[in-house]
Design a protein around this ligand. Sequence first.
Ligand code: FRU
Length: 736
Amino acid sequence: MQLCQLTRTALSLCVGCAAIIGAFERSSYADDQGNADVVVMNFDGDDYGDWKVEGTAFGQAPARGTLPGQMNVSGFKGAGLVNSFVGGDDSTGRLTSPSFEICRPYINFLIGGGGHPGLSFELLVDGKVVRSAAGPNVQPGGSEALDWSTWDVSEFQGCRGVLRVVDDAKGGWGHINVDEITLSAKKRAGISFAREMKVTARYLLLPIKSSGEQEPWVRIEVDGETVREFFASLAFNDQKMEDSDFNACVDMTPYLDKTCKVIVEKMDEDADLAPFVFTDKLYGGAPSYDEKYRPQFHFSPRFGWTNDPNGLVFYNGRYHLFFQHNPFGVHWGNMTWGHATSDDLMTWVEEGDELYPDPLGTIFSGSAAVDVNNTTGFQTDPNGLPPLVLMYTYNGPSMRYGNPASQALAYSLDDGKTFTKYEGNPTLPHVIGGNRDPKIFWYEPTKRWITALYLDGEDYALFESEDLKSWNELCRIEKLGCSECPDIFELPVDGDETNKLWVFWGGNGKYLLGKFDGKTFERVSEPLDAKWGGNDYAAQSYSDTPGRRIQFSWMQGGAYPGMPFNQQFTVPRELTLRTCADGVRLCINPVAEVAQIREKEVDLQVADTANGRVWSPREGVSSDYDLLDVEATIKVGNAEKFELELRGQKYEFDVASKTVKYGEVVAPLPVVDGVVTLRIVLDRASIELFLNAGESQIAACFVSQDENDAPILRTSGAIDASARVWTTRKTMKQPE
Ligand code: FRU
């Protein structure tokens, strides 16, 4: 309060001071006395206005978001922001505001970028720096997200101040980002909302109105300890229930009968959240799986986002499918392992989330295996089942505790009903970069566990372990031509058990053929392709399915407008090695179980029209048929090109160049003795084509049109095609 005696007397107090600060805007945000927010600067204009620019770091105008060479900048409001990465981290400069009247008790602003000395956002009064702030990042990695910060400037109310952004720093994180500077009667940061409740049932339902933008941090405390924490936009009281995207479901079973406290950080002071409810049924038993764009025989999570399939394992008679899950939004984030089980690989029952993030990290991808010999020692009951073990990645950097990415274990001793994280985690400490996605298997000849691990760039490694708890690196598999999500397995060539090869697989379906002796992987092929685009990424194969190698893949990139879920998986596919025209190749074909969900064969009439050959149902109209399984044989004859359409989804075949095209995706077209054999499965939002029993394939998503009366099947030109078409069942099991 020593400062600014002179100026204070010279100025009237600024109730309704928008007139004084001509360039400033007012927002509708007001306190009880009607003191609206005054936006000092939002950096949405084409230049910095009256602000003075020195040096090069700030450019001549506000940035429009991410600058070249920068990680994705998020969390700013409107069109622009201050981003001193102009010219990279080494540029320096200053940006100074004209003087303005401090007419509210708080200054709220968004800030991000580096936190090194030489970087600051400052408030000066009487030429002295009285407040200063910087970004959160001081080491490699981190995030370019801006976040709210608040200065209490009540002691300077009525004084004039100047704002200054300083970038005197060079090198990594040598830049600072600022936006949306607002004088306010209310704090934007540091406010949290808390509600205490008794845990009266297994699941806590939280209504979500997800914006996909930067979301508040929510923590659930029990006995003063944080037991769940995540980003989520919880719905407000004045939002109608139907406005909320869905009810997120948090498993609180371990805390039954205790009192929990839900704390939402960085809320507006007067936020009024919608009620939270406890229930014993997953998602309160909400019926689902029948929405407009909901896949009917492909797996998709009932609510929230999914990406990679994880922890695929056959255990005690059931298939387990874990999946990367954001339980709190339909966008990527809060990575948690969701869980579903099936008796037949097609009919899935969701079991709820199993692995929640904790201070070591969010739960990224990984795999599972049955520890038949109890090498982990997790099973202490001699009559108990062998442990079901999950090995997953802790992505430390996506939590706020500063841990690097590492690998860890969890296990179940009760037939996969509940899972316990191993107390000695992490088991495979950080190696390099964002190392992740362990894929484990038991290698009998050396009696060791092996894990494939993605390291960095296009490089992977293999590690071995006796007990899954401590690991030695064996070898590196470098320059695969892709990244993430390795898989490794051995398969007979053409079904010959005496002639086997190993397959090393990476995230986008590049694979190597090779030999593995328990120590090194010797490649015998260049990187080959098992997919050629489409919606098909991060596939993983099942553990513990002797005699068959079964794979699920994430149909990355599909769109499901307005749905309470996001993304789906392919049908389960069997992998085989076959000798094809160019040598031994990995073939991908639907597992036999897919044909078992056929309901009835469609009675078709075939007509040759000017438009080609058209197959129509004798019963009903073609729009009654949206879930289909098709087998067709096409005698190519002299045709150079022809088309095939299934319910309006078009494939263009080019016999001369031996390619097949769906939209922008172009895959090889195997023609054997003048014949193309194909299988297509069609669901509400996806279509998968398999050629010559999986020698080539395209998995693709589409958004179905409201009016679709396209014929069941149409082929163009004078080609000789025959087809059989079946309707299929809906397989996602409704909650009890
Ligand atoms: C692949 C991937 C993995 C990672 C996971 C995170 O899609 O990026 O590498 O573990 O997704 O959700």
